[in-house]
Design a protein around this ligand. Structure first.
Ligand code: GLU
Length: 498
């Protein structure tokens, strides 16, 4: 059997480091066995998926130097590679499952499901579907469907016994069926859920090795039921450990930028980032930590992937990158730097604002420096302000950071409205309120207009600067963070999200 691997990103946000990490392992594993690597887009969540996110994810993976043999952009014999273009396939398979008695139609309303769930939680039972619609007759199903009643398709799960499966890194794993929910397979909007779509596609795309994040391990028992019902073979399973922050928490944008674009934007070289990801949880024999994709693919052995959580450390990444930068020959260094500069469209996006403030071109660089490169490092004295205590400044930064994190549309007016709402809730003058933000974002008291700067910097860079400014002011204690989170909840979502 030929080796075929895949990644299946959901296009619901910025290109995530985790996708790159899992993609790298899938790519080198396929290469090490002369196999193929597939990219499939899992856009089954209609509300959260976007074409812009798909484009950004593919572009980021390409920038990193990961190529795929089949995918939505390059095509291939097992297309379509976008799940939203495969709905007929899932419907056909759902009908087959119902005919075989492995799945059933369920008409329960969200209200009923919520009540059952609440009752189970109060009785300290595992919250799961209670089987209410399991015994509906064919006639009843037909007439309710004919009457236009909304329904889903659910998976039947045995009452007793265990699911047992083998993970290549972790050995045998057992899960009692009593802990497995009667998963929705087809939603009332006609789209499949992850479980249905991934299982069907992994089979039809002839995926031999499923190498994915460990958060998906809990879906294996459901996948096993589906695979058995269809009479298929389970792929070999490899669940990779989740990447963590240095403090052990799950890598999340709350603490570290998780978007690949952030690292591109700050001038990390793609080969250095890929190499660094390659050292997470895996190592070359000997102590060689600098290696190319080619070297990794010829030495790769999946059984040497550690199951302990790999740590993504920004300081180490920068150190790695520095070694790469210094190893460039000088012409290359100049060329790569020029390429990076030309990619930054930040100054172009606010050209009109810069132009208004320019008498001679020599005035430009110092106005836009914090948009292209790092802002100045801040000390607590920089924030000294007779009208605003340090504690208050930290609160403002935290509240704005949390709110911007949730903002749906990263646009000037929305960012402005988001800050204004917090300022009004704190009953402050807008000018005073904005002063720590000016500093956090630009590193100075006077800069190009704040909301335009935030817009062009983008979410990752802005949030990182706010976090760093809070740290230079001494940070927020756990206790204060807790009480401030309450204030934040009363202020509510950014106006644009409501
Ligand atoms: N769409 C899932 C994700 O976003 C893919 C999980 C898998 O690899 O099976 O991570």
């Amino acid at each position: 059997m030929s080796v075929r691997t895949r990644i299946a990103p959901s296009p619901t946000g910025a290109p995530h480091l985790g996708t790159a990490y899992v993609g790298l392992i899938n790519r080198v594993f396929a290469d090490a066995h002369g196999g193929a690597f597939v990219v499939r887009i899992e856009d089954t969540d209609q509300a959260r998926s976007s074409k812009a996110s798909e484009t950004a994810i593919l572009a980021a993976l390409c920038w990193l130097g990961l190529r795929w043999d089949e995918g939505p952009d390059v095509g291939g014999p097992h297309g379509a590679y976008r799940q939203s273009e495969r709905l007929e396939i899932y419907h056909r398979h759902a009908r087959e499952l119902i005919d075989k008695g492995a799945a059933f139609r369920c008409f329960c309303t969200p209200e009923r499901l919520a009540k059952v769930r609440q009752a189970q939680i109060s009785a300290k039972e595992t919250a799961r579907y209670d089987g209410h619609c399991l015994a509906l007759s064919k006639d009843e199903i037909d007439s309710r469907q004919a009457a236009g009643e909304a329904s889903v398709v659910r998976l039947k799960v045995p009452d007793e016994g265990m699911s047992s499966f083998e993970d290549q890194l972790r050995g045998e794993i057992q899960v009692p069926w009593s802990q497995v929910d009667m998963q929705v397979l087809m939603k009332s909007d006609g789209f499949p859920t992850y479980h249905m779509a991934a299982c069907v596609d992994d089979h039809l795309m002839e995926i031999s090795h499923l190498i994915r994040g460990e958060e998906w391990m809990s879906s294996v028992p459901k996948q096993q039921l589906l695979v058995r019902a269809f009479g298929w073979q389970m792929p070999t399973l490899v669940h990779l450990p989740l990447i963590r922050n240095p403090d052990g928490s799950k890598l999340s944008k709350r603490r570290n930028p998780t978007s690949i674009d952030y690292y591109r934007r700050i001038g990390i070289l793609p080969e250095a980032l890929l190499n660094y990801l390659g050292t997470l949880g895996w190592s070359m024999s000997g102590d060689q930590d600098i290696f190319s994709l080619d070297e990794m693919r010829s030495a790769f052995d999946i059984t040497r992937v550690k199951t302990s959580a790999p740590v993504f450390d920004l300081v180490k990444l920068k150190n790695f990158n520095g070694r790469y930068v210094r190893a460039l020959d000088q012409d290359d260094f100049v060329a790569r730097y020029a390429e990076w500069l030309s990619e930054s469209d930040a100054p172009k996006r606010i050209a009109a604002l810069v132009q208004e403030r320019t008498e001679a071109f020599e005035d430009i660089a110092s106005q836009v420096d914090y948009l292209i490169g790092r802002r100045a490092v801040l000390a607590p004295e920089d924030f000294e302000n007779p009208r605003l205590e340090t504690a208050r400044q930290i609160e403002i930064l935290a509240l704005v950071g949390w709110s911007l994190e949730r903002l749906e549309r990263w646009q000037r007016d929305q960012i402005h409205a988001c800050c204004k709402k917090i300022c009004d809730a704190l009953e402050m003058k807008f000018r005073d309120f904005l002063s720590p933000l000016f500093l956090a974002v630009s590193g100075r008291q006077v800069s190009l207009p704040l909301f335009d700067s935030i817009t062009v910097l983008g979410r990752d860079l802005t949030l990182m600067r706010i976090r760093e400014a809070m740290e230079s002011l001494g940070g927020l204690s756990k206790k204060r963070e807790k009480s401030l989170r309450k204030v934040f909840e009363t202020i509510g979502a950014p106006p644009d999200n409501e």
